[in-house]
Design a protein around this ligand. Structure first.
Ligand code: CDP
Ligand code: CDP
Length: 227
């Protein structure tokens, strides 16, 4: 596989983007970049500092003093904010239910996109998010828009919580996911949207490995075509 290739995976919450992107990156020896984790890290920092998630100016100041790192440590991706490991903290329901408000702001998106483009400038990256194919890496060689029904996505999250021994309410999860999708799709700047040249994959009745293999084949095909 040509290592300068970039792979963009976008789609709504719980479609399987991060699971699939991580496995695909391992299979290709590419670097996995979780852009959602970057918005989550800033959201966590804002909540820690009692900053209103609707206040773009103060959030932007906070972002300027934030050193957000994505570090691959023994097979798992660690998220660090000013050297502190916050990988677990950013998955809390408080962060999850506030992140879409932080991600609405134009100044925040501009700075995040700049950081993300820098991470992908040499290629060999699998990046997942909401605006990767449309705004961050519009020239990515492979673009996938991964979807699944909202029922299936809520069920997946529910099972994930239960397997970790966490409390979980399926009906509430479905509501929260639908709400986040709505904010992400309706925002003014770089909304969640399929890029025109992205391949749409509905994973509702696909296993994780079927999705990984499908994207791997698409990448291999593209690789052959550009060589
Ligand atoms: O994994 P999950 O689908 O729960 O979400 P995530 O990928 O961690 O993203 C969390 C939130 O960050 C999304 O709901 C969006 O509001 C925002 N986000 C974004 O606006 N643009 C991206 N490229 C990635 C995430
Ligand atoms: O990153 P995103 O929010 O799109 O989803 P994820 O966190 O990768 O996946 C949500 C959950 O669904 C995880 O627990 C995956 O193991 C599971 N999943 C699944 O059961 N079947 C798939 N085809 C994809 C993901």
């Amino acid at each position: 596989m040509k290592t300068e290739m970039n792979i963009a995976i976008d789609g709504p919450a719980g479609a399987g983007k991060s699971t699939v992107a991580k496995l695909l990156a391992e299979k290709l020896s590419f670097v996995y970049v979780d852009t959602g984790a970057m918005y989550r890290a800033l959201t966590w920092y804002a909540l820690e500092n009692n900053v209103d998630v609707n206040n773009e100016g103060i959030l932007n100041e906070l972002l300027k003093e934030s050193d957000i790192e994505l570090v691959n440590e023994s097979g798992s991706l660690k998220i660090k904010m000013n050297q502190k490991d916050i990988s677990e903290d950013i998955r809390s329901s408080e962060v999850t239910n506030n992140v879409s408000y932080v991600a609405k702001h134009e100044k925040i998106r501009k700075e995040m996109v700049r950081k993300q483009q820098k991470l992908a400038q040499k290629g060999g990256v699998v990046m997942d998010g909401r605006d990767i194919g449309t705004a961050v890496l519009p020239a990515a060689e492979v673009k996938v828009f991964l979807t699944a029904s909202v029922e299936e996505r809520a069920k997946r999250r529910h099972e994930e919580h239960l397997s970790k021994g966490l409390p979980s309410d399926l009906a509430l999860l479905k509501e929260e996911i639908a709400k986040r999708d709505q904010i992400d799709s309706e925002r003014e700047f770089a909304p969640l949207k399929k890029a025109e040249d992205a391949i749409e994959l509905d994973s509702t009745s696909m296993t994780i490995h079927e999705v990984v293999d499908r994207i791997y084949s698409i990448a291999a095909e593209r690789d052959g075509a550009v060589e």
